[in-house]
Design a protein around this ligand. Structure first.
Ligand code: ZN
Length: 482
């Protein structure tokens, strides 16, 4: 409890504190040429967000927004643009008021074209920022359960570690649906408040406890999300996800929406060199979950057909890959044609749009009226009865979640007449994640990242996840003050 309380403080000065110290030498900006409204419209992704005293950078992937009230915003902005794209970038500044707003903060490289428009603010308010540097109170921790607005970006003291812990400097932390559940609050589950979310963490070991061996300060690591007692029957049998004291980083204890996190040393996995920080953060929880569901629980066999729901979700994107590794034929579902195309790129053999109410019939058609051997369920109420109907005789349904609601209807006649098996699945063991990591290292399981946002934009990231706007994982990038 002591550690947990102190961890909250670690959140602090993350993002902005470090970002604003890296300004480049001054240089007078060249006079920008005026640009037509139509050109901006063509380039922009017209969604929502942004606003304020801002400059807008248009990239192939989306807009990069900066708050020019922040001193020294130039260099971190260029770093952000570089991360988003290596293509030429257009910077739109306001003709009337902001021509000189770079204020000597930054020397723009040749791939940034500076143009002027009389009203950037209009476009700012419509842009969908893929990266934003903004001032003012920002989300990070929450002190009460509720909507996105309860997230606060604030200071906190450094976490303390026990003799068996490591202190990790967080580089990236991925979002999971569990973040949403924890933020909203679940009946009967006590989450100590204020709380720091974040189950999926990658970073650098800063400090190790006195009893820790095999890990050193400076090691690049990812963290197993599950925390268990380590000495009960289940733990010793390698079923640590069934430990009665099982917890998850960022759930019952502080997680990775912070500059520093304390975690048991046994949770450390060396970060494979072929992964970026964002990829390393995006993988653990969903890989563990998908592996446990398909390999351990459903025991998918070569030649079987697996229906994987919500290909655009983090767990769905890995579920497709794991099912393919097992030699299965994969039918993936998603809610839009764009997501279905991406599911095919990930290896799905067939795709079905589940926003069409007749989707179970389409699954039957694709399986010669037989149905599938296995359904990979995590969406819950919206898809449940269709999932049951899509199974062939003697089929298995494995479920790890209920993002659309848990009060699903089951026609029991379907279960007994057709000899179905319903398998619950919760996280997975540490050993299973280590097994799966072999395939991550060889590139056969890869992280699917929709976008990376700075920690200060956690509220926006929650909004995207709740809107199911993404394909793959949303990752928060955490910058250290050093
Ligand atoms: Zn245990």
């Amino acid at each position: 409890m002591k550690t947990r309380t102190l961890v909250l403080a670690a959140v602090a000065a993350v993002g902005l504190g470090s970002m604003v110290t890296m300004a480049s030498p001054a240089q007078a900006p060249a006079a920008p040429k005026a640009v037509e409204t139509e050109k901006i419209k063509d380039t922009l992704y017209l969604l929502k967000g942004g606003g304020g005293n801002t400059a807008l950078f248009l990239t192939a992937k989306g807009a990069v927004v900066v708050d020019t009230k922040l001193p020294g915003w130039g260099q971190p902005l260029l770093d952000a643009i570089r991360r988003v794209t290596d293509k030429p970038v257009t910077m739109v500044i306001n003709t009337h008021t902001h021509y000189d707003h770079t204020n000597g903060q930054v020397e723009f490289p040749a791939n940034i074209e500076v143009v002027a428009h009389e009203n950037t603010k209009t476009y700012m308010s419509q842009a969908n920022p893929v990266y934003a540097l903004q001032s003012g109170p920002q989300p990070n921790i929450f002190k009460e359960h509720g909507g996105q607005e309860v997230l606060e970006y604030t200071d906190a003291p450094e976490p303390e570690i026990t003799a068996n812990d490591v202190l990790v400097e967080v580089k990236a932390c991925a979002l999971n649906h569990l973040d949403i559940w924890a933020r909203r609050g679940l009946p009967g589950i006590q989450i100590p408040l204020p709380h720091i979310l974040g189950n999926d963490i990658a970073g650098v070991v800063r400090e190790v406890g006195d009893l820790v061996s095999g890990v050193r300060s400076g090691d690049e690591v990812m963290l197993q999300p599950g925390v268990s007692c380590g000495h009960c029957l289940e733990c010793l049998a390698g079923r640590d996800n069934l430990c009665s004291e099982y917890d998850i980083l960022g759930y019952g204890r502080a997680g990775g929406y912070a500059e520093l996190v304390a975690a048991p040393a046994v949770n450390i996995i060396p970060k494979p060199a072929n992964l970026s920080w964002e990829e390393a953060a995006a993988l653990p929880l969903v890989t563990l979950t998908a592996w446990h569901m398909l390999v351990t629980r459903a025991a998918v066999q070569p030649g079987e057909t697996v229906l994987v729901h919500a290909a655009g979700s983090g767990v769905g994107s890995i579920g497709i890959q794991v099912a393919k590794l097992r030699g299965a034929r994969v039918i993936a579902t998603a809610s839009s044609n764009e997501k279905l195309a991406k599911a095919k790129e990930l290896g799905a053999d067939e795709v079905v749009n589940y926003s069409d109410v007749g989707w179970p019939r389409e699954v039957k058609r694709l399986t010669n009226k037989q149905g599938v051997d296995v359904v990979f369920e995590h969406t819950g109420a919206d898809t449940w009865s269709g999932s049951i109907a899509s199974l062939k005789r003697n089929g298995r349904l494995v479920t790890c979640g209920a993002t659309s609601g848990y009060a699903a209807q089951t026609d029991l006649r379907q279960v007994f007449y057709r000899h179905l098996t319903i398998l619950g699945s919760f996280m997975g063991s540490k050993a299973e994640l280590l097994e799966a990591m072999k395939f991550v290292e060889s590139g056969r399981i890869r992280a699917v990242i929709d976008q990376v946002l700075p920690l200060a934009q956690a509220r926006r990231a929650h909004e995207l996840l709740e809107d199911r706007a993404q394909f793959g994982k949303l990752v928060l990038e955490v910058s250290s003050r050093q």
